[in-house]
Ligand binder design. Structure first.
Ligand SMILES: Cc1cc2nc3c(=O)[nH]c(=O)nc-3n(C[C@H](O)[C@H](O)[C@H](O)COP(=O)(O)OP(=O)(O)OC[C@H]3O[C@@H](n4cnc5c(N)ncnc54)[C@H](O)[C@@H]3O)c2cc1C
Length: 424
């Protein structure tokens, strides 16, 4: 009762209904965890006070944006308070600074649209940008097709405000494009999956909106050839804004046949010249058909009822061999391994489609081991959350994990911020 009264004082109202708890028990993974309380903060003071109350009760606090996470980051796996940020969604464009100041609940697609009114551009484009929040994007350090040219979300984060696990508010960075005074602590929050702080404000760098965009589709008979072409394209001096891959099996689902690369260029007059260079070297066809790629994810279920989707990253030099490994693995294991994704930055979605989860999980272990053996990473976009905890040890040794745990303790001494994520 004491806690209920304290929370009521902060929010004026306490939601305790079964329906609301159920609504915020899930994310895009389909896995679940039930919260004890759900709140919709409207300002940083409410966030701060909620953390203070939770700290007193040693109760978990989980930040939630739109719940589109693919690794279970927003799931209250140990109960506690879920703070849903959909009401903190202000967007302010500082046109002359080419900076956008946003609250964490702003939908990324809305930010993109808003800055375009000023002829400005916020490039990060996770495929979920029409419905995911910028807070979730920062906490996952989300990427997308255009990361190959511009970088992931953190490349655009100039400053952050956040509340740590003791209820203290921090302001770091801001409108300056450069700042090397002291540790860039705000950068640690990017990709921290809600385990180091609750983000309440974000300063985003903007660039001029590129006037031109064009794309070309290239077909290859083997995955290795496509992988080799990636290395060549990245050295052609044309700076692709997207360089995406579709394996033969993936392309067959949308009515194509072969291994494909989609090369997109953005910019000014150089776009036409870049497309000409690519066509001269590789041939290629109109990329209009690439629109069909958006329909691919649901079509995967034609292959098998269970999908295990990973988002591994490899050094580019390893791509041809790794793609060969995936083809071999598919033959040996008898399950479908469908690869596609942001191959330009070495980031591939490996979709294991299987009849039985255990069989699929075994194939995923082989993929992860191969990725790490080749110097890659278990996640390029979706984070570790609860889904990839088992593989974290493959990538990081004891000293590195220990350092991360110590950092966590500094930000969140009692371990109340999003417990059960990244590690136990
Ligand atoms: C169809 C689809 C396509 C996708 N495509 C991509 C893609 O191309 N690239 C990519 O990177 N991801 C992609 N994702 C994954 C997902 O959309 C991203 O991870 C996104 O950044 C999550 O945003 P969200 O608002 O849904 O966050 P949520 O799922 O609600 O939360 C994600 C994490 O962020 C934390 N968090 C949320 N808000 C805050 C805050 N204010 N302070 C601190 N922590 C916070 C949560 O605790 C959780 O750990 C896709 C997902 C779907 C369903």
């Amino acid at each position: 009762m004491k806690i209920e009264n304290a929370l009521k004082e902060i929010y004026g109202k306490v939601y305790t209904g079964k329906e609301i708890k159920l609504l915020y028990s899930y994310d895009a993974t389909g896995q679940a965890g039930e919260p004890e309380w759900v709140f919709f903060p409207e300002n940083e003071e409410q966030v701060r006070k909620t953390v203070e109350v939770a700290l007193e009760e040693k109760m978990p606090v989980i930040a939630r944006g739109a719940g589109t996470g693919q690794s279970g980051g927003s799931l209250p796996v140990h109960g506690g308070v879920v703070m849903v940020f959909t009401r903190m969604k202000r967007i302010e464009v500082l046109e002359r600074d080419m900076v956008c100041v946003v609250e964490p609940g702003a939908i990324t697609g809305r930010i993109k649209k808003e800055v375009e009114k000023y002829g400005l551009y916020y490039p990060p484009d996770p495929a979920s940008f029409e419905f995911s929040t910028i807070g979730g994007n920062v906490a996952e350090d989300a990427g997308g097709p255009r990361a190959v040219k511009y970088g992931v979300t953190s490349s655009f984060v100039l400053g952050l405000e956040w509340v740590d696990g003791t209820g203290k508010l921090y302001r770091w960075g801001g409108r300056n494009i450069k700042d090397v005074s002291g540790y860039p602590v705000h950068k640690l929050l990017c990709g921290s999956e809600g385990t180091l702080g609750i983000i309440t404000k974000i300063y985003l760098k903007l660039i001029p909106l590129p006037p031109e965009r064009d794309a070309v589709l290239l077909r290859f008979s083997t995955p290795e050839e496509a992988g080799e072409a990636v290395l060549e394209i990245m050295r052609m001096g044309i700076s692709p804004s997207s360089l995406e891959y579709l394996s033969e099996k993936a392309s067959s689902l949308i009515g194509l046949s072969g291994n494909y690369l989609m090369v997109e260029l953005e910019g000014g007059e150089e776009v036409e010249e870049g497309i000409r260079k690519i066509r001269e070297r590789f041939g290629g066809e109109e990329a209009g058909i690439w629109e069909k790629r958006k329909k691919l994810s649901p079509l995967l279920y034609r292959l098998a009822p269970i999908k295990i989707n990973e988002d591994v990253v490899l050094p580019r030099s390893q791509l041809p061999e790794f793609l060969r490994f995936l083809s071999q693995l598919e033959k040996e294991s008898g399950v479908h391994v469908v690869a596609f994704g942001h191959i330009g930055d070495g980031n591939l979605h490996t979709n294991v489609m299987c009849e039985k989860r255990e069989t699929g999980e075994r194939v995923v272990v082989r993929i992860m081991e191969e990725v790490v053996r080749r110097g890659g990473s278990i996640s390029g976009e979706h984070g570790v959350g609860i889904r990839k905890k088992a593989f974290f040890r493959l990538q990081y040794g004891e000293s590195e994990r220990e350092l991360m745990r110590r950092i966590k303790k500094v930000f969140d001494p009692e371990g109340i911020l999003n417990p059960g994520k990244i590690w136990d």
